[in-house]
Design a protein around this ligand. Sequence first.
Ligand SMILES: [Zn+2]
Length: 68
Amino acid sequence: MHYPLRRTCKDVAHLVVAMQDRPLSLTEGAGLRLHMLICKACPKFEKQFLTLRSAMKQWRNYSGDESA
Ligand SMILES: [Zn+2]
């Protein structure tokens, strides 16, 4: 049986990365959240990815201040 909102871990990882650059559609967002509820690995991946990303952002801001 195929559920329209069903996403694989690979899809979800792709969406987590994509949503940093563009807003997700309603279907994408719903599929992402639904998968996060039933998967153990993907919430972990999202958390690590966001931590890494905010660390990169801080580093970038720091560099920006220095060059200003
Ligand atoms: Zn998953």
